[in-house]
Design a protein around this ligand. Sequence first.
Ligand SMILES: [Zn+2]
Length: 121
Amino acid sequence: MNAASHPFTAALNEGVLHYQRCTRCGHAQTPTRLACSQCGSAALQWQEATGTGVVVAASVVSRAPSDEFRPLVPYTLVLVQLAEGPCVMGHASPGIAIGDTVLAGTVPHGDRRLLHFSPTP
Ligand SMILES: [Zn+2]
């Protein structure tokens, strides 16, 4: 399985943010795991997130980790706790800060889409 065929990435390329939910205990989790981090069950389903959440960490990247991201610097990365519970990392609008309420979307980047959070209106 390459990155583009991974269920999370494939959904993101369609503009949908997915997370895993355990059908045994109901726990919601990210990142992707083979089993539930709470009860160990492998009965996991992909579910569509509402996309709303709260910023729990934010950082401005001034030095890109690869040539792919060099044209984007400086850019903001955030860790967002989704309304469903789990946290995801994504890009964000400049100026976003811890405690801000945000809404997930995507932005094109090369042949794929990146998770991108904007302030809620
Ligand atoms: Zn579980």
